[in-house]
Design a protein around this ligand. Structure first.
Ligand SMILES: [Zn+2]
Length: 212
């Protein structure tokens, strides 16, 4: 199999098409089923860096500042994300605590750090083995970052608790929402395909793949 082969197959209708160089701002559309085959991002590296830095900056207050304050009979309970994980550990739900820790804290942090590192390497034109390793790692980690599930959990808890006392959203919640938005946009828009193309051009465009 050759990386620089002149044909590609449509993922919807399997039409075999001739690969063409895409001018900036254009997208590749299948002439048979009209589905978009490729739409290169205009500035994947700078946008990836901006979203990763936003996400990483907001993570510190999002994880350590109060997500919500619950007041019942004059008694205030303040909860942060880190405290939530510790409560789960202390209650004996260690497997759930590990899952929340990994999917809501570690995976999103690692994903943003990986995207930032990839962008920095591309800007420095370092297309070696480290960049390839980080690209593969980012593809695996992004499947585990599930901030939206955690956000859903917070909203469900908010709705359930609102009848029992006074609930106030904290600064951590605003930071968490911003971080979730930046991370989700980064996951959706980060154009790894164009970076793989740059790696391919740098490495001569041809990769032999050994049959298994
Ligand atoms: Zn098609």
């Amino acid at each position: 199999m050759l990386y620089g082969q002149p044909h590609l197959a449509c993922h919807e209708c399997d039409a075999l098409l001739t690969r063409v160089a895409l001018p900036p701002g254009k997208k590749l559309v299948c002439p048979r089923c009209n589905c978009t085959l490729r739409k290169p991002a205009r500035d994947p590296v700078n946008r990836g860096m901006a979203l990763s830095l936003t996400s990483l900056t907001l993570m510190v207050p999002a994880f350590t500042m109060p997500i919500m304050t619950f007041n019942m009979l004059g008694l205030d309970t303040v909860d942060t994300m880190i405290k939530g994980v510790l409560h789960l550990f202390q209650a004996g739900f260690w497997w759930m605590a590990l899952l929340v820790l990994f999917c809501s804290i570690l995976a999103p942090t690692l994903e943003s750090a990986l995207v930032l590192s990839i962008c920095l390497l591309v800007r420095a034109r370092r297309y070696g083995g480290l960049l390839i390793l980080l690209l593969k790692l980012q593809a695996r980690v992004r499947r585990w970052a599930m901030l939206e599930v955690y956000m859903l959990g917070i909203l469900v808890a908010y709705v359930k608790m609102i009848d029992s006392g006074q609930v106030h959203m904290g600064v951590g919640m605003i930071c968490f929402s911003g971080m979730m938005l930046a991370t989700t946009l980064n996951t959706m828009l980060f154009d790894t395909h164009s970076i793989w193309e740059q790696v391919g051009r740098y490495r001569g465009g041809i990769h032999e793949v050994r049959p298994r």
